[in-house]
Design a protein around this ligand. Sequence first.
Ligand SMILES: C[S@@+](CC[C@H](N)C(=O)[O-])C[C@H]1O[C@@H](n2cnc3c(N)ncnc32)[C@H](O)[C@@H]1O
Length: 288
Amino acid sequence: MNIKQALEYGINLLKENDINEPIIKTRIILANILNKSKEYLLIHENEELSNNLTKLFKNNVKKICNGVPVQYITNKQEFMGLEFYVDENVLIPQPDTEILVEEVINICRDCNDQYKYRDNKYIEILDLCTGSGAIGISIAKNIENSKITLSDISKKALQIEKKNYIKNNIINKIKIVESDLFDNINDKFDIIVSNPPYIKTDVIETLDKDVRYEPIIALDGGKDGLKMYRKIINEAYKYLKPDGHLCLEIGFDQKNDVIKLIKDTKRYINIYSKKDLAGNDRIIVCNN
Ligand SMILES: C[S@@+](CC[C@H](N)C(=O)[O-])C[C@H]1O[C@@H](n2cnc3c(N)ncnc32)[C@H](O)[C@@H]1O
């Protein structure tokens, strides 16, 4: 089988199985197997694949037909212009989450003059429920004077975070803590940022096939989707330095509920939300 035939084979099988974006997905997995660019495939369509590569390619096409996300096959996802290793032990970082990261970066930049005059000139940030580490690592890459703690309950996620901060070359700025939310957190931070699991338990089984391949622990926000926000909001102020920020990603319909949780504690001020490009509220920020 040559490259052209392999592409036809993959595209047809994905179409038959109603998989969206069959052309791009087939190109990505073939380019990944060959360790070449997608453009290479177009220029070298007569190149023959070895028997082993043909078998591997067909196997990967089958996985995509079964709903396995492409990123779990290539073990790659781009986020904030950086490349992250991902596998089935972590959520695939989503483009929407870049709104949260950009807001934290803006807060850091706005605050930087003020922080420069402190004895400790670093901005200390906790990325709670960090998964692949995409949020904290992207902030570390953008804010020179940041020190980031990445924390997650999942041992397997912690191994992936480590891979990612080494891959992105920021070893000196990162600390990793295995923790059920704040249980093993002992420091105070200028910013706590989190994209916790926030999908209602009974909605999970209605999601697209590929989302259901992501770890349930990364998705399940309990019966009302707010379980993790309740716990985070009720505790975060104890781990924030004075005038610290709590920055949360939320589901598109959770703004009012999460703001109510924040107000009910009477511990936070300056609450605001921001929308994504589709006009949905996707982040909430407040100060202690
Ligand atoms: C929605 S994923 C977010 C991953 C990553 N922050 C991102 O935005 O791509 C939620 C993460 O929370 C972690 N998690 C779930 N329950 C937790 C808990 N009780 N304490 C700490 N982390 C938890 C999961 O392991 C998962 O990595």
